[in-house]
Every structure is written in structure tokens, then in C-alpha cells.
Design a protein around this ligand. Structure first.
Ligand code: OGA
Ligand code: MN
Length: 288
């Protein structure tokens, strides 16, 4: 059966409505989905997926090793409390409470970021499943960092080409997490790599900006006062409305995004209404 595909915005995002991801896909269909995903700028939405947690994980494994899987790297320990107790590959984002405790990280990602960019091998795909969403609100915004790069003048592209940025979990720890829950081990060297500011995507060979305000502290070798304004300029450019797709969730959506060329932002505007999402995270390559 041919896949039914619809663009979600002119440059970023596509939607598939007639595929059941609960079945095992096979190599051919996996390759087709991967290509559709890349062609859609790294943002693919599958509607109406009735998936068990095991099926969500099995689908995700088609795209590479997962953080938390046996023998693989884990996410930072600070979010260990939000990992699914039975499925170490699932990171939960939720404001719901069970047995007096939040079942996931409440209002996670309400700032521009690229998942796990503070690792030597950051996330490639993140695959987020909507178990429960508010009637309205709780959208997720995605910014296309390849288009932002393309919009720069050539001299600016050349100036950025040799630069590296310091990604550091402690930037987010200080601004996004309460001091009580930060696990201090996370503030050490395993979570503080330098990555090229201009990244070449290993599959599409497209260049994109690989920086984000969530985790980047500064450009390597620059004074903070020097890199701050330049970073701010790039973030302002990257988050121009033309470069953004804003996803309005429906329950049973499965959204797969490419952290190598996108930033995202979870809009925390839904008050006390319940929201529950489960995420798998594919371990990517070292940015080049
Ligand atoms: C994430 C995240 C987005 C959302 O899961 O990586 O940033 O909308 N969450 O919950
Ligand atoms: Mn995120």
C-alpha cells in the first residue's frame, strides 16, 4: 500500500496517516520511512498510532541504538527518575502524578534545545508518543537549523565554519532544573563536549547550525561577552517564524524529529490539564 503523505509546512514536516507502526516494518519500509523523514527536513508525524510501549521501542530500534537500552549509554542521571520503571529506553514527559509522584518530567523542554547535545554522541532521532494531551495547548515547536544556516551570508558562514561551541548540561541544570533534583555527576566531563557550530548531516550532507540556547555556554576560545551576542543573533535568526513548524498534538500521534538539524521547544501553556508523552532517543554520531 502506498504511503499517504502530506506536507505540514512548506519546508518542514510531513504527516503520514495510513500506516500502522505496531507491525514490524521490514527493511524496505524502514528505508522508505527514513527517506521520507529526511526529505521532510527531519520532522515526521504518524497519526492514530495505537502502540504499546514495546511497540514504540521496537519501531524506534529501526533507526539506531537507543539511550537506555541494555549496553548503551543512558541519558543524564538527573532524568533517571523519569525513566519508565519497566522500559529503560523510555523517558517520560508528564505533569501527571501517580502514588504521590510525578510519572515524568513536568513541562520538559520548555526552552529551545536539541536533545542530549551535551554528549559526545548526541541524539539523532527523538521519537515521542502522545499518550494523553490537553484539549488545546501543549504544542511543540521545531526550528529548522539547516534553513537558518542557508539564510546566512557567505562571509558569516565562513566565519562560523571553523568554530566550535561548548555544550554543557550544567547550562540547563542551572536554568531548567531545581537544585534538589540535579545529580552532580551530570555536571562533569561526560556532559561537556565541544561540537562544530556548523554541522554536516551524515545522511543528507546538508549543513546546519548545531547550537542551542538550552545547552550551549559559549564558542570555544571566545570570551562570553564575545560569543553571547553572536549566539543571540543566530538564535533569533533560527527561530524566525518562516523556519518553524508548530505541532499541535493529537492523542496517539507519534512524532519523530532529527536533533542533528532541528531545535525544539515544548510550549508549557496548558495549566493543570494532564499531558503524558513517552520518548525514545536514538544515539547519533559524533557531530562533524
Ligand atoms: C522532549 C521534549 C517536547 C514536548 O521530549 O525531548 O523536549 O512537547 N519534549 O513534550
Ligand atoms: Mn527535548
Amino acid at each position: 500500500m502506498a504511503i499517504t503523505l502530506k506536507k505540514l509546512s512548506p519546508n518542514l514536516g510531513a504527516e503520514i496517516t495510513n500506516l500502522n507502526l505496531g507491525n514490524s516494518l521490514g527493511a524496505e519500509l524502514t528505508a522508505e520511512i527514513r527517506q521520507i523523514w529526511l526529505d521532510a527536513g527531519g520532522l515526521l508525524v504518524f497519526r492514530d498510532q495505537v502502540l504499546t510501549t514495546s511497540q514504540h521501542i521496537a519501531f524506534s530500534c529501526n533507526f539506531g541504538p537507543l539511550f537506555g537500552a541494555p549496553g548503551e549509554d543512558r541519558l543524564q542521571d538527573t532524568v533517571g527518575r523519569y525513566i519508565h520503571p519497566k522500559y529503560p529506553e523510555i523517558y517520560r514527559v508528564s505533569n501527571k502524578i501517580k502514588n504521590g509522584q510525578l510519572i515524568g518530567r513536568e513541562r520538559a523542554g520548555a526552552y529551545w534545545h536539541s536533545d542530549v547535545s551535551f554528549r559526545q554522541r548526541p541524539a539523532a532521532a527523538s521519537i515521542l508518543y502522545a499518550h494523553e494531551v490537553p484539549a488545546v495547548g501543549g504544542d511543540t515547536m521545531f526550528a529548522d537549523m539547516a534553513r537558518a544556516y542557508d539564510a546566512l551570508s557567505e562571509p558569516m558562514q565562513q566565519m562560523l565554519a571553523p568554530l566550535r561551541a561548548h555544550h554543557d548540561f550544567s547550562v540547563a541544570a542551572a536554568s531548567q532544573y531545581s537544585a534538589q533534583i540535579v545529580v552532580t555527576d551530570d555536571l562533569e566531563s561526560g556532559n561537556q563536549p565541544f561540537h562544530p557550530v556548523v554541522r554536516t548531516h551524515a545522511e543528507t550532507v546538508c549543513k546546519s547550525l548545531f547550537i542551542n540556547p538550552g545547552f550551549v555556554s559559549h564558542f570555544d576560545g571566545f570570551e562570553r561577552a564575545e560569543s553571547g551576542p553572536l549566539l543571540d543573533f543566530l538564535y533569533t535568526l533560527a527561530t524566525r517564524p518562516e523556519f518553524i513548524y508548530r505541532h499541535r498534538w493529537q492523542e496517539r500521534d507519534l512524532v519523530m524529529w532529527d536533533n542533528r538539524s532541528l531545535m525544539h521547544y515544548a510550549v508549557a501553556d496548558y495549566g493543570e490539564e494532564p499531558r503524558y508523552m513517552g520518548r525514545t532517543t536514538v544515539i547519533g554520531d559524533t557531530p562533524a
